[in-house]
Every structure is written in C-alpha cells, then in structure tokens.
Design a protein around this ligand. Structure first.
Ligand SMILES: *[C@@H]1O[C@H](CO)[C@@H](O)[C@H](O)[C@H]1NC(C)=O
Ligand SMILES: *[C@@H]1O[C@H](CO)[C@@H](O)[C@H](O)[C@H]1NC(C)=O
Ligand SMILES: *[C@@H]1O[C@H](CO)[C@@H](O)[C@H](O)[C@H]1NC(C)=O
Ligand SMILES: *[C@@H]1O[C@H](CO)[C@@H](O)[C@H](O)[C@H]1NC(C)=O
Ligand SMILES: *[C@@H]1O[C@H](CO)[C@@H](O)[C@H](O)[C@H]1NC(C)=O
Length: 501
C-alpha cells in the first residue's frame, strides 16, 4: 500500500507498515512530526486539538508508541487538559504518558500511583506528547485536548453538561470532538439531555465546526420528558428519556427559514435540472417538480428525471443573504423510498461565477451527509456561513432516485449591523519548514505524490474563495497545515498559502 501525501482524507490502516519503513529510513524528517502506531484519534489544528491513544476508549495495544508534536501559534502558551488517563502500570516503566516541552518534562503518568493533573499549562507554545506501552491486559490509554493560552476555559471532548452545576456558562471546545466515542441525545431546537457530551452536541447543533472547535455558550434548563434523536452535521443524536435537566446553546438568531416566510408563500425561486413526471395507477401525471422541493409543502418532493451527477436544484433567494444551514428530507412518500445521501453546495451572486462550498481546512469541496431515509429531516450547517443570493444543491449519492425537499436557514444582511460572528477562521498560517521539508523528501520517493498535491495547489490559485464573514467584505479562505487523525501518520496536508502566494 502506498502512503499518500494527501492529508485530511481518511487513510487506510494498511499503509502503516509502508509508512513505518519510511519513518525509520528518515527519522529526522518524519519522526519529528509523528511516529508510532499507538496513536488513535488525532486532530491537530493550529489553535487546538484532540489526541487519544489507539482504540480509545478500548484497550490500547501491546508494545506500541505514539509520539506527536503539538503547537499553538508563536507567542502563546500551550494548555493541555487530560480528559482521561487509564494506563496499566505500577511504576510507569513501560506503559506511560509524558509531555515534553523545551523546558520541562511532565510525567511519566500512569496507573493510579500518582495523581494525574487535569490541566497542564506550559510556558512554551509547543510540546511533544509521548505514549508508550509494553505488555498489559487492560487500560483505555489516554485522551487529551490542547489549545492556546487564549482559551483557559478549554474543556475536553469528554465533558458532559451534568458535570457542571451553573445554569449559564461558556467553555472552549477543542477541534476534533466529533468522532470521539460517547452519546448525545436531543437536538438544537428542543435542547440536549444533560448526559450528552458538550462539544459533540455543539457540533451537532452547528454551533462549532469539528475542524476548528470554538467557544460554546450553554444554558441549563429544566429537563424534557423525551429527546428526539436526529442526524445533523454528520452526527446522529440518540432518542433520550426524561431527564432532570437539559441544555441549550445560545444562538445569534441567524437561523430563520430563508425559503418560506409563513409556511406557505415561497419568498424565493426554485429551479431544477430535470423533473420526474410518472403516471400513477389511475393514469394521472404526477409532477415531482421543483416547486415541490420546499420542506413545508405537503406531498411528493422534487425528483429528477435522470439520475446522474449532473442533477441540481437551484434556489434564488432574491437578494444576497447570510445562509447558515440547510435542512433536507427525501421523497417523504412511503411508497417511494428515494433520498439523497450526500450532496455538495454551489453558490453565487448576481454576476459572479458559481463557487463550490469547501470545508474549513480542506481545499476539497465539502461533501455533506444528507438523508438516510425518505422521511427524516437532516440538518447541516455552514461554518463559515455562505453569503450569496443563489444556492445550488448538487446530489452526489442517492438511494434509488434523486429526490429532495429542503429549507435554507439564515438571516438577511443588514447593512452595517449584521449579527456578530460566532466563529472566526484564524488567518495566520502555521509556518512549517519541517513539514515542507519532509513532504519534499517524501515525494522524492513516491512520484504519485506530486500528482496528488499539485491539484490542490492549482485549485487554490485559480479559485478566489468568497465565503465571507463581514457583510460585504469577502475574505479569502486559507489553507492550513493539518496532520490529521490516523491518516496523519503517513500524510501531510501542506499549508499552501505561503508556498504559492
Ligand atoms: C498483551 O500480551 C499479553 C501476553 O501475550 C496478553 O495476555 C494480553 O492480552 C495482550 N494485551 C493486549 C491489549 O493485547
Ligand atoms: C433560532 O434561535 C433562537 C434564539 O436566537 C432560538 O430560540 C430558536 O429555537 C432557534 N431556532 C432554530 C430552528 O434553531
Ligand atoms: C425523462 O427522461 C425520459 C428518457 O430519458 C424522456 O423520454 C422523458 O421525456 C423525460 N421526461 C421529462 C419530464 O423530462
Ligand atoms: C442583484 O440583482 C437584483 C435584482 O436583479 C438587484 O436588486 C440587486 O441590487 C443586485 N445586487 C447586486 C449586488 O448587484
Ligand atoms: C460585535 O463585536 C464587537 C467587537 O468584536 C463588539 O464591540 C460588539 O459589541 C458586538 N456586537 C454585538 C451585537 O454583539
């Protein structure tokens, strides 16, 4: 299996052995970034991240090492929060965790012998996390979060609302909580059961993006008798039973329906690439036309006549608006099990060209996880919001036939006093001479690598990215260096901004 230089994507497990060979050949370049097969879920972003041992919260393997260098922007200090540490060892000889900065060694930590600090504040902006295991039978390993000193209220992905007594508080969630094991139940409108993981709920609610983390504002309220589970932002919340308390996230209010004002009169136009017009049992023509695509309209949805990747549904909002989310269903008809499983979004303004909405960190188009049945409503949020007049939904995968109802949510743009932004994209890039060096090294030995890395470069140069934060001013979206999850072992996503511009 050939390791790839394309980061961000999910890598195959099998590439590890190939990678290991490489690592051992060039320890100076690669091992400085990350070594070892004892690393589990790892999301490392410029300002925060989440790291866990392999198989967490299951038992970590025998004889493994995980070493990972983390850093926050220069001039800041690094804060670490240890969410869980369960390492089977008496004296930390062969199973332990250490945190090494240029000035201090913290640890080794293991077992129950010595108390493990919940929080470590370093006086440097970088550190190396080192985890090692020998032979052992049990132990979950570790899960920790880090952020810069700008966020002393950092929590880990494991905190639940019932850990806090206060009725109103604000905390900072690290990047990378979406794929950490643990339930949430409820949804943004009715609130979440207090047993739910806070940061994962915030991603589900669309308050923060998994790739960034960010500040969450929580309000604790009297519990509900039941909680409805829904799929949102790629996370499925569970149905939940009566609880004493529930929590809500405060919102900036930019969550109104943009497509239907009063539930009946569309305040926007909708068109489609094609429509399905079958005749039913009694010989009538049934129109699955685009005007059926409003979420609030009863009856069948819009369905395309052809089923291929060139189908689309286009909404004209009449004027430029701030679009923060989309809710979709399938056909909504029992007899027709049609729905769109994944889609991408294009958007534009009056006279501009169509642009593809991209994820925060990736220079790839963002593929949204849509419906998994014909009836349920699935929500996805745009972080950062799209500011545009026209939006086009382009189905990528579907079940049986492309069929869709939708609603866009957001708000009008009020000149000069739009709502403040809840999350910002940090604009300064990491400087990563080491990363670039090892990338170059890597590519010498894997020619396929160039092919893969060139595309993002080319795309980045040719696309001016215009998801904007301010009402009018449009900021280019920057690419960041990410060594992400397990894929990070063999892959690097390069910070392109500085290299290309
Ligand atoms: C580690 O090896 C020992 C001895 O072979 C075995 O009993 C144990 O189950 C192994 N532990 C794990 C986590 O695989
Ligand atoms: C929109 O935000 C307001 C608070 O500003 C909240 O009360 C309402 O439930 C939200 N609506 C949706 C659909 O999320
Ligand atoms: C749907 O496609 C079929 C064949 O591809 C074509 O004959 C038919 O006219 C199309 N129907 C509509 C409504 O476009
Ligand atoms: C876009 O077009 C609409 C009507 O066609 C017009 O009212 C609006 O001012 C235009 N906006 C811009 C930014 O040109
Ligand atoms: C918007 O942000 C600015 C500074 O970032 C702040 O001074 C102002 O109070 C905020 N306005 C609202 C409505 O939150």
């Amino acid at each position: 299996v050939t390791p790839t230089c394309q980061g961000g994507g999910r890598d195959v497990q099998g590439s590890w052995s190939a990678c290991l060979t490489f690592v051992c050949f060039f320890p100076l370049t690669f091992c400085a970034l990350e070594t070892g097969n004892g690393c589990g879920h790892m999301v490392v972003y410029q300002d925060s991240g989440t790291l866990a041992s392999k198989n967490y919260p299951g038992t970590y393997p025998n004889y493994t090492v995980c070493e990972k260098k983390i850093q926050v922007p220069q001039g800041k200090r690094l804060i670490l929060k240890i969410g869980d540490l369960d390492i089977e060892s008496q004296k930390c000889e062969s199973n332990y965790l250490t945190i090494l900065s240029s000035t201090t060694l913290h640890g080794p930590y293991c077992g129950n012998m010595m108390p493990v600090p919940k929080e470590i504040i370093l006086d440097t902006n970088e550190a190396t996390i080192h985890f090692e295991s020998g032979s052992h039978v049990s132990g979950r390993g570790f899960l920790l979060s880090y952020a810069s000193s700008d966020h002393p209220d950092l929590i880990t992905c494991l905190e639940r609302a019932n850990h806090y007594m206060k009725t109103e508080y604000s905390r900072y969630c690290p990047a990378g909580c979406r794929d950490v094991a643990g339930d949430i139940s409820g949804n943004i409108v009715e609130g979440y059961r207090d047993t739910s993981l806070l940061c994962k709920s915030a991603i589900h609610a669309g308050v923060i993006a998994d790739e960034l983390g960010g500040q969450i504002n929580v309000i604790l309220q009297k519990g509900a008798s039941r909680y409805e589970g829904i799929l949102a932002n790629g996370i499925l919340s569970q149905d939940g039973s009566l609880s004493d308390k529930r929590f809500m996230f405060t919102s900036n209010g930019c969550n109104k329906s943009l497509t239907l004002e009063s539930g009946a009169i569309p305040n926007s136009q909708i068109t489609a690439s094609s429509s399905w017009e079958p005749t039913n049992e009694i010989g009538e023509l049934v129109q699955w036309s685009p005007d059926k695509a409003w979420l609030q309209v009863q009856g069948p949805s819009w369905a395309s006549n052809q089923t291929n990747l060139r189908q689309w549904l286009e909404i004209d909002l009449g004027e430029k608006k701030r679009i923060t989310g989309i809710r979709t269903t399938g056909s909504t008809m029992l007899k027709f099990n049609f729905y769109v499983k994944t889609f991408i979004i294009n958007y534009k303004n009056n006279n501009s060209k169509w642009k593809t909405y991209k994820g925060i960190l990736s220079n790839e188009e963002k593929v949204f996880q849509g419906n998994s049945n014909a009836g349920g409503i699935v929500r996805n949020n745009f972080i950062p919001p799209i500011v545009a007049r026209y939006v086009k939904v382009i189905p990528q995968t579907w079940h049986q036939r492309i069929a869709l109802k939708l609603e866009l949510t957001g708000c009008r743009i009020v000149q000069g006093k739009g709502p403040n932004q809840s999350a910002g994209i940090p604009t300064n890039l990491l400087s990563v001479p080491l990363g670039i060096l090892s990338f170059l090294f890597f590519c010498i030995f894997d020619p396929g690598c160039w092919k893969q890395i060139k595309q993002p470069f080319a795309r980045h140069q040719s696309t001016e990215f215009t998801i904007s934060y301010n009402n009018e001013k449009e900021m280019p979206q920057k690419l960041e260096l990410v060594t992400s999850t397990m894929a990070g072992k063999c892959s690097l996503t390069l910070s392109c901004g500085r290299v290309c511009n």
